[in-house]
Design a protein around this ligand. Structure first.
Ligand SMILES: CC(C)(COP(=O)(O)OP(=O)(O)OC[C@H]1O[C@@H](n2cnc3c(N)ncnc32)[C@H](O)[C@@H]1OP(=O)(O)O)[C@@H](O)C(=O)NCCC(=O)NCCS
Length: 174
């Protein structure tokens, strides 16, 4: 497969992020309605999308922008921080082995550069591609979070996954 890498957001990516804010096909199952399409430009000029609480990196495949990965911080006890990661690929890049690899690469990156013990990810019960991607990226299924989000007209469950620092890493070049 084409060379895969994660890189910081650049000014040229802002048009894509503006589309992501308003186009259902870009977002996929997680679509939550229209968002402020100018917010990405404001955020980029604030910190380049690399902040202490929320961040994004572009996923590049063969030098082309295939999508992005993101992470935000959370805590269950108000003192121990974890990251929650997410991924969104542009429609034409889905289903080619990029999503699971990008999330494995992001997890390795976060364990290397930040002291968290736990990285988690949540997805929708109908999002089989993301469920499989997380397992392939070394995450374990933890359980169902009931009625945790309002989406597509009703409260819906999510599936929670995690990878701990001590869990085995996975090889992404296989
Ligand atoms: C979810 C997403 C990141 C997965 O990345 P991807 O590159 O499409 O998935 P991969 O090609 O890495 O496939 C990973 C696994 O899922 C399977 N898969 C891929 N697309 C699938 C689909 N539409 N239905 C069922 N399984 C699918 C693959 O076959 C593979 O499993 P296998 O090795 O057992 O065959 C990507 O599809 C995407 O960006 N979707 C839209 C946004 C989204 O839903 N993000 C997650 C929100 S929680």
């Amino acid at each position: 497969m084409d060379e895969l890498r994660l890189r910081p957001v650049q000014e040229k990516d802002l048009e894509y992020f503006a589309q992501f804010a308003v186009e259902r096909d870009e977002v996929g199952i997680s679509w939550q309605g229209f968002r402020d399409a100018l917010a990405p430009t404001r955020r980029f000029h604030q910190d380049g999308y690399l902040g202490p609480e929320t961040s994004r990196l572009i996923v590049e495949s063969g030098g082309e922008t295939a999508g992005f990965v993101s992470w935000f911080s959370g805590s269950f006890d108000d003192k121990t921080k974890y990251w929650e990661i997410g991924a969104a690929l542009r429609p034409q890049y889905r289903g080619h082995g990029i999503g699971w690899r990008a999330q494995a690469m992001l997890t390795d990156y976060l364990f290397e550069h930040t002291p968290v013990e736990r990285i988690q990810a949540a997805t929708q019960p109908e999002n089989v591609a993301e469920q499989k991607s997380l397992l392939k990226a070394g995450f374990q299924f933890e359980g169902v979070i009931r009625a945790c989000e309002f989406r597509a007209g009703q409260y819906r469950d999510a599936y929670l996954y995690s990878r701990l620092r001590s869990d085995p890493a996975v090889a992404v070049d296989g």
